[in-house]
Design a protein around this ligand. Structure first.
Ligand code: UD1
Ligand code: MG
Length: 458
């Protein structure tokens, strides 16, 4: 195996997306397109990975970090010109270079590896990854020689009617002998309809030099679609989602309706977990075994234990233990930790709080900036009054405490272990362990007064 290098083209604006966001940063299943490519390439042994950046250079570099090197293309003069920007890093090196586009997010490492193996076995100067598209509109068409080798690639805009009938297309993914690539690029001109320096022109240049140019039609047509507009973006999303969902199902997760379940590429889900329709799992999420998610739950960047149920609820940037019951209609906001066997019922919001083992907030509560111990009962409508208009304050409730219905805990305040807070209390002072606190005005009954009132009305 010779040295291997990868060049990823990501400098274009993406005019056809009609977007403020640079094309390669548009997301597919919650991850920018170019990140998908870099992640796949990153699993293979490349000596150098160089991403060509231009439009949105800062954002693209922030996204990809040090997973790749960068070459800047200040003016977007075409894909050939883009590759040339990698010359200072690569041109002097010997080996094989794979070129990929940042807008083909579905391509797998497996296909890239097969292309490399084919190219090296063929001892070709260049190998184009091709596929057959039922509707090849928009793609470069592969023109073959009589001996079956690739002669040239014709761009849609430069194609004659007869070329347009060709259904074998250029995926925009190629392998090159590195030195031959950079030599040929110097000969590419911009004499075409778009006035651009086309990378595909290298193919014709190599053919004219009697170099061997191969076409490898290994990848699936779906895997190599190029995303130039939002219609293609939606298609990529569907295809990627299908791939992710099928992988989870094969790994022991039940999806009741895979067509209506959205799982990010970075989610890990355990055996025998059941996911009901309308559920969206975003970002880095781990879910344990035997859980029930949904229907209609949204889980973002969170860790969920085993045997936990989350129905019609939102959980974001939080940690949830084993056998926890959330929802229906609960909202667990960032920086919350729910320990094992906790119950957070309907219309309960939890924010930046910890709730200890077996504690319950079953109905209509707000728990914000709070440390709730084990086996605590937060009665219906009990709330932490955490905000004084300027600052947030902490509420602590000790193990085994019982907070009655409709209690306001005005923070900063502590309710000690085993204490009891009577329903309807507004607690402004700490309650010591095992004490009873009542903080409400006394009821007085006026004998027969209701009857008097009724008589007055008549
Ligand atoms: C390109 C190919 C076409 C192929 C298709 C596959 C060319 C001329 N055409 O067309 O044969 O069928 O991909 O999807 O190569 N880019 C730069 N700098 C530039 C121009 C583009 O970095 O100056 C990057 C873009 O960000 C993009 C990639 O190169 O990631 C491809 O460019 P795009 O404009 O999408 O080319 P296509 O029209 O799709
Ligand atoms: Mg494209």
């Amino acid at each position: 195996m010779s040295n291997r290098f990868a060049v990823i083209l990501a400098a274009g604006q993406g005019t056809r997306m009609k977007s403020k966001l640079y094309k390669v940063l548009h997301q597919v299943c919650g991850k920018p397109m170019v990140q998908h490519i870099v992640d796949q390439v990153g699993t293979l042994p490349f000596e150098d990975i160089v991403t060509i950046v231009g439009h949105g250079s800062d954002q693209v570099q922030t996204q990809l970090g040090d997973a790749t090197q960068y070459a800047v293309q200040t003016e977007q003069l075409g894909t050939g010109h883009a590759v040339q920007q990698a010359a200072p890093i690569l041109a002097a090196k010997e080996g094989t270079t794979v070129v990929l586009c940042g807008d083909t997010p579905l391509v797998t490492a497996e296909t890239i590896d097969q292309l490399l193996t084919y190219h090296e076995r063929e001892e070709a100067a260049a190998t184009v990854l091709t596929t057959f598209q039922d509707d090849p509109t928009g793609y470069g068409r592969i023109v073959r020689q009589d001996n079956g080798r690739v002669a040239r690639i014709v761009e849609e805009k430069d194609a004659h009617a007869s070329d347009k009938k060709i259904t074998e297309i250029n995926t925009g993914i190629y392998c090159f002998d590195n030195q031959k690539l950079f030599h040929s690029l110097q000969e590419v001109n911009n004499d075409n309809v778009q006035g651009e320096y086309y990378l595909p022109d290298v193919i014709e240049i190599l053919c004219q030099r009697h170099e061997k140019v191969s076409g490898y039609s290994g990848g699936s047509a779906q895997e190599t679609i190029g995303i130039n507009d939002r219609v293609a973006l939606a298609k990529a999303e569907r295809l990627m989602q299908k791939r992710i969902n099928e992988a989870h199902m094969r790994a022991g997760v039940t999806l009741i309706n895979p067509d209506d379940t959205y799982i990010s590429t970075d989610a890990k889900i355990g055996y025998d977990t059941v996911i009901y329709p309308g559920t969206v799992i975003k970002g880095k999420v781990t879910i344990g075994d035997d859980c029930e998610m949904g229907p209609n739950s949204e889980i973002m960047d969170s860790d969920i234990g085993n045997g936990t149920v989350i129905k019609q609820s939102v959980v974001s940037k939080s940690t949830v233990g084993d056998h926890v019951n959330i929802g229906p209609f609960a909202h667990i906001r960032p920086q919350s930790t729910l320990s094992n066997d906790v119950k957070v019922g309907n219309f309960v919001e939890v924010k930046k709080s910890t709730i200890g083992d077996s504690s319950k907030a079953s109905h209509l509560s707000y728990v914000g900036d709070a440390e709730i111990g084990r086996e605590v009962n937060l009665g219906c409508g009990s709330i932490t009054v955490n905000y004084d208009g300027q600052n947030k304050h902490l509420t602590k409730v000790g193990d085994g405490a019982f907070v009655g219905c409709n209690v306001n805990l005005v923070a900063p305040v502590t309710v000690g272990k085993g204490a009891f807070v009577a329903a309807g209390s507004t607690i402004t002072d700490d309650v010591n362990e095992h004490d009873l606190a009542i903080a409400r005005s006394r009821q007085s009954n006026k004998e027969g007064y209701a009857t008097k009132l009724n008589q007055k009305k008549q």
